[in-house]
Structure formats: C-alpha cells, structure tokens
Design a binder for this molecule. Structure first.
Ligand SMILES: [Fe+2]
Ligand SMILES: [Fe+2]
Length: 179
C-alpha cells in the first residue's frame, strides 16, 4: 500500500459522497416528492458490502494496533468499534426496508425517513471522528508491519463501486456520482 493514510482518507471521502447523495434523495422525500429508491438501495448495498466487510474490519485492526501506542484513547476507540456494529445493524435494517419498497412499491414513509436520517447522522459523525482523532495518530504511530496486518484484516476485494472496474450492479450509481 503506497500511502495507507491517503487511501483510508480517500475511502472516507467516497463514503461521504454517498451519504450526501443519500441525503439529497431524503431532501426530495421531505419535500413530499418521490426519491429514487433504487439509487438509495444501491448506496446502502454498497456501504453494507464494502464498508461493513472491508473498510470496517481493517479499521478495527488499525484501532487495536493504535491502542498499543495510545492506551489513553481506549474509550473513544472502543466507541468507534461499537459504532461499526451499530452502522452494520442500522444499515441492514435500512437496506431491507428499501429492498421491500423497490420490490412492492409500498412505502412506510415515517419509517424510511427515521431509518435514513439516523443512519446519515450517525455515519457522518463516525467518519468525522475517525478523521479527526484516529487518522493523525495512526499516521504517527503505525509501522509498515502494522499496515500490512491492517490490509490483511479484510479479504483482498476490489472496491466494487469506486474501483477501476465497477461491478455491473453499481454502474448506474457510479454514473450518477460522476454526473
Ligand atoms: Fe469506522
Ligand atoms: Fe472509517
């Protein structure tokens, strides 16, 4: 990994872009319009697949290694680890909700609104805290050996949305991001 901090930061920028796109659909929703539920489902599916299964396991490993150098950060780091579980759980609930909206066309507006708003705020704050608290410390303390272990903490999959060859099912989302 050429520059693991830059790569880490880049993924956060990508995730923030997706959260902003999700927020924009929610704004349509607030205004009484019909958001693009398929797009919302694609976003959350990607964040479940790549965020929860690649980004977060690598972070958990980085956190564990960082704690050896910064034991005084035990509490905030434990919170971030717990938030990974909450994000996965809340994301799955939202994904299932959107999947059934796309399949049946029936929308429980209040429920979708609550689930999406909670997810957006929670995830946005989580990323901001990692950027402020964790990345600078990781840059300072983690060794090449640590970074190798971080890399190996998740299966070596290519990013199916932002990678060089986006997966078929994310091509529409990729096009929307580029627009
Ligand atoms: Fe995280
Ligand atoms: Fe993160």
């Amino acid at each position: 990994m050429a520059n693991p901090i830059a790569a880490w930061h880049q993924e956060h920028a990508y995730f923030n872009r997706l959260l902003a796109l999700l927020q924009r659909e929610m704004d349509v929703f607030h205004a009484g319009g019909s958001p693009d539920y398929q797009l919302m489902l694609d976003i959350i599916t990607y964040l479940r697949e790549y965020g929860d299964h690649s980004h977060h396991p690598r972070e958990d490993e980085a956190f564990r290694r960082l704690l050896r150098h910064c034991p005084e950060r035990a509490l905030p780091i434990a919170r971030l680890q717990q938030e990974h579980r909450v994000i996965a759980h809340a994301g799955e609930a939202l994904r299932e909700m959107l999947e059934s909206v796309v399949a049946d066309g029936v929308v429980q507006r209040a429920e979708v609104e609550m689930a999406a708003a909670t997810y957006l705020v929670y995830y946005g704050n989580h990323i901001a805290r990692e950027e402020e608290d964790v990345l600078p410390r990781a840059a300072k303390h983690l060794s090449a050996e640590d970074w190798q272990a971080v890399k190996e903490a998740a299966p070596a999959v290519r990013d199916p949305l932002f990678g060089p060859e986006p997966a078929q099912r994310f091509q529409e989302l990729r096009r929307r991001i580029a627009a």
